[in-house]
Design a protein. Structure first.
Length: 143
């Protein structure tokens, strides 16, 4: 009986550690998700300023990027950076700047992105500094 009780106590302790660890990971995931959502909201709210900068670049602006959501034929989302960005009447156009994991898009494919699919933007300057880039470090798996 004594050993049975010790075994149950150890099992309970192990389960408690596992549950607490899972809860901490879930909390970190929830916090990261909330921070990512806030970053996307800040990026979208500042899109008019970004559009203005594309149309009227400053002397030190070197390149412009947007990050947008794309979906494959099964509806799975993928978020990709777009380079060589220019403003269009309904959003932005440019070229895929990173290798997609799935779907029909390829690196350097030309794309048009409606404004409502943009989740971030970045302006790179001559000195290597950046503006925007609100979601940097908040992507799932980045920490």
């Amino acid at each position: 009986m004594k050993y049975k009780l010790m075994g149950l106590t150890m099992l309970a302790a192990i389960l408690a550690v596992l549950v607490i660890g899972a809860a901490e990971r879930l909390k970190k995931s929830d916090v990261l998700g909330a921070r990512l959502a806030q970053a996307v909201m800040r990026a979208r709210a500042s899109l008019p300023r970004f559009r203005d900068r594309i149309e009227h670049p400053q002397e030190h602006d070197r390149s412009f990027f947007v990050r947008a959501q794309f979906k494959d034929k099964d509806g799975r989302p993928e978020y990709l950076w777009i380079k060589r960005v220019s403003a269009t009447a309904t959003g932005f156009s440019g070229e895929v700047a990173e290798q997609p994991f799935f779907g029909d898009l390829k690196l350097d494919s030309p794309v048009a992105v409606p404004t409502d699919r943009v989740v971030d933007w970045t302006i790179k300057h001559d000195d290597g500094s950046v503006e925007g880039d609100f979601t940097q470090g908040l992507e799932p798996g980045s920490r």
